[in-house]
Design a protein around this ligand. Sequence first.
Ligand code: 8YV
Length: 325
Amino acid sequence: SLERGSVLRVGPLKPSLEERLADTYGAERLPDDETRASFLDRSADAVTAVVTSGRTGVDADLMAALPNLGAIVHFGVGYDTTDIARARELGIGVSNTPDVLTDCVADTAVGLLLDTMRGFSAADRFVRAGRWPLEGNVPLTRKVSGTDVGILGLGRIGSAIAHRLDAFGCLIAYHNRSPVAEAPYRYAASPAELAAQADVLIVAAAGGANTHHLVDRNVLEALGPDGFLINVARGSVVDESALVDLLQHGRLAGAGLDVFAHEPEVPEALLSMDNVVLLPHLASGTVETRAAMEELTLANLESFLRTGDLSTPVVAPNPALRKAV
Ligand code: 8YV
């Protein structure tokens, strides 16, 4: 069983982070098998901090099972797998790793856009299959520079994507919960209006209940048969069945996806489409960025354990509220 003031890992993490959590804090991993209940019987009271990621998170049930939990420290910028509303009610702090991954996720969005519109991955498969000498040219593709881009979610990542595509001479518009002060781009009043005027719709909004299927069939139909969808946010933001259906019927030009509704499952129908680029949720996956995410995760944990505050909080810990529950 764990000692008082202990750190619990929930879900798989970067191996070097798991190692450091074990070495520095004696952190153990919450079992996901039938031994979980007995582990919690022994150790639940001791846990004051959890380290987790967007893959797993902490739901209301697990919060209820950990009466002394004061902070949920996320590896990753997205925290939609954790019940934030419940954490706030219970006074449990939540942190994430913003900023350090913005460049890599924005780079990936641009890479996906280039690959999807220009068909690089499909052309690479064509060369590898030995088809070039036999068939000659691949079909013509679509020009990226100067294209009309709609960005859904002009936060840190959406703004970094806009900045990059501005340098491509793209005309940029965006939709956001509310207009962003001083953003030099046209504001569209709704996702459908944004999609209707864009050649490419790039999804960079946070996941969670507020944005579930924000890109629905109606938005995808507004994007139209010459329109491309790029998603580097969360699969939940897009109605994936509608996306597959429209792609199958030629009612969208193509899609570049780093995220899916039920990762690591990818809809079977997409696997055979050459106008679709499929990535395994790799946007932040560089040596540099993952190392920076690891450091920021540990900085949040260390700060909480030493001072009771998180360094990059989404929800600030509220010990008074915690005691009252
Ligand atoms: C991570 C991500 O791969 O930061 C996020 O929200 O989706 C990615 O950077 C993931 O969170 C790690 O599990």
